[in-house]
Structure formats: structure tokens, C-alpha cells
Write a protein that binds this ligand. Structure first.
Ligand SMILES: [Zn+2]
Length: 277
């Protein structure tokens, strides 16, 4: 263990980080220690996000190295939508059918950055929702500043999908209601720990049914702002997930243990994860 990195307090009950970009190169130097700290903090399982062909392959490799502990998603993030050629789509489908992969994505729309043209993003989103229906796995969804288009595309495909999560939810009440009507699970990140940007999320936490509330760090991004003492690095990691669980629990007026248990059960149900080893 590296001494100069803060661990937040250990979880009140086992937690699952449903969105960690563990293939990201910021973890290359100390990925083993990151996993050790996650374990010490009570984060018993993690879903490693695939956001491109290469990162999906890497997420699957990591999952093979840590069976029953790490799992992967297979997909192409809207930022990379222009990369989703028919060859890449065929590769993602083959990868999505492997044992390690528990969801298709992350896929969706991101009109905040528009790194890929919006029409290309919409097409890539359609293709991956069709793919998820073919392989019969849930979808791991990303949406930013594209709510209306996102919902209308999802509505077209919803009946053929087995389920999904709106990951890193940062929206307003109406948007939450629409996602819940679509029978999606909701992924909550350290955004909720941000007293400025995340304040609007606090009253919404009680509106999410316990069996659809999932927790994620989205590391290395979105370091919770309420960690004490603050880590020296800005990098987020799964060991900080208890801080997210505690913020959600406070907002719901529930013990952290209740939130932890329910979210772990919900994640296992949606993604078909085994009990931890
Ligand atoms: Zn995302």
C-alpha cells in the first residue's frame, strides 16, 4: 500500500463499483495497489468500462486476470463514435458474447463535447442497442446534454433490451422520471459529493427505487470532493466508493449499510454477477 494515498472509510457492507475505467493509463503504474485498496475499502467487485475497441479488449484481459472480481463492458463511447466501423462493430459483438462481459457500452450520446458528429453518434447508438438485443445483455448508457434524442432512440429499442443503467446520472427530476419510466437503473457517482454541481441531485435520491440505485466511481474521473483528508492526486479510484455510498445514504435518510446492501444486490441482479469470492 502506498502511504500517501487517502483511503476513505471502509464500506458499511460490500460494495460494487459498476463503472471504473480501470484500463485507463493513469492506473498503469499501480493497478495492483488500486485493487488492493478497493478490497480493503470493501469494494468487492468492479465492472471495468470498455469505451472503444482497444479499451474493451483491455477490460476483458483485466477481468480474466481477476475472475469473479472484475467484469467488463464492451462498447464504443459516443466520443469515439466515428471509430465504429462495421469491422469494429463485429469485433465488439464477438467480445460482448464472452463470459467476462456483463453489459454492452458504454454507449449513448454526448452533445456536450461533440467529439464525434451528432448524426454519427446517433447511428453508433442505434447499432449498439441492436447489438445488446442480439447478445441479450444489459446496456451501460452514457448521456450528456442530449437527453431528448437519447430518450427517443432508447424508446425505439427498449422492448428488445434486457435492461440497462443510465450511468453517471447528473440530470434533473424530469430526466430521472423518464429514465425510471424506461425501467432503467440509475448510476450515481461522486458528482453527488460536489456541494456546488451536485446539490440538485440530493433531493432526487429518495425517488430512485432501492433496487435500481447503483454506485460507481467513474474513476479516474470525478474524484469525490468531500474526501478527508484530500488525496494528493486528483485521480479517483474504487477505494473512494464508500464516500459516494455515504452521500447517497445521507440524502435518502438511510443508514449507509442499507444503501450498500441494496445497491450491491441491484448490481448483481442487473448484470448477473456471482457472489464475491
Ligand atoms: Zn460516461
Amino acid at each position: 500500500m502506498t502511504k500517501d494515498i487517502t483511503s476513505s472509510t471502509a464500506a458499511a457492507a460490500p460494495l460494487i463499483d459498476i463503472g471504473i475505467n480501470l484500463a485507463h493509463d493513469s492506473y498503469d503504474a499501480d493497478r495492483g495497489e488500486v485493487l488492493e485498496r478497493a478490497h480493503a475499502a470493501g469494494v468487492v467487485q468492479m465492472i471495468v468500462t470498455g469505451s472503444s475497441g482497444p479499451s474493451t479488449r483491455r477490460a476483458i484481459e483485466l477481468s480474466k486476470e481477476h475472475p469473479a472480481r472484475l467484469f467488463a463492458t464492451a462498447g464504443v463511447h459516443p466520443h469515439h463514435a466515428t471509430e465504429l466501423t462495421s469491422d469494429v462493430l463485429a469485433e465488439i459483438e464477438a467480445l460482448a458474447r464472452t463470459r467476462e462481459v456483463v453489459a454492452v457500452g458504454e454507449c449513448g450520446l454526448d452533445y456536450f463535447r461533440n467529439f464525434s458528429p451528432q448524426a454519427v453518434q446517433r447511428d453508433a447508438f442505434h447499432r449498439q442497442l441492436e447489438l445488446a438485443a442480439r447478445v441479450g445483455k444489459p446496456v451501460f448508457l452514457h448521456e450528456r446534454d442530449a437527453h431528448d434524442d437519447f430518450v427517443s432512440i432508447l424508446r425505439e429499442h427498449r422492448r428488445s433490451l434486457v435492461g440497462g443503467v443510465a450511468h453517471c446520472f447528473t440530470g434533473v427530476g424530469d430526466q430521472l422520471s423518464r429514465y425510471l419510466q424506461l425501467d432503467l437503473a440509475i448510476g450515481i457517482t461522486g458528482w453527488i459529493c460536489d456541494e456546488r454541481r451536485g446539490a440538485h441531485l440530493l433531493p432526487l435520491m429518495r425517488e430512485i427505487p432501492a433496487n435500481r440505485l447503483l454506485l460507481e466511481t467513474d474513476g479516474p474521473y470525478l474524484l469525490p470532493r468531500n474526501l478527508s483528508p484530500k488525496p494528493k492526486s486528483r485521480r479517483n479510484e474504487p477505494a473512494f466508493l464508500p464516500a459516494v455510498a455515504e452521500a447517497v445514504a445521507r440524502a435518502r435518510g438511510e443508514p449507509a449499510e442499507t444503501v450498500a446492501r441494496a445497491s450491491t444486490q441491484a448490481a448483481r441482479g442487473l448484470f448477473g454477477l456471482p457472489p464475491d469470492v
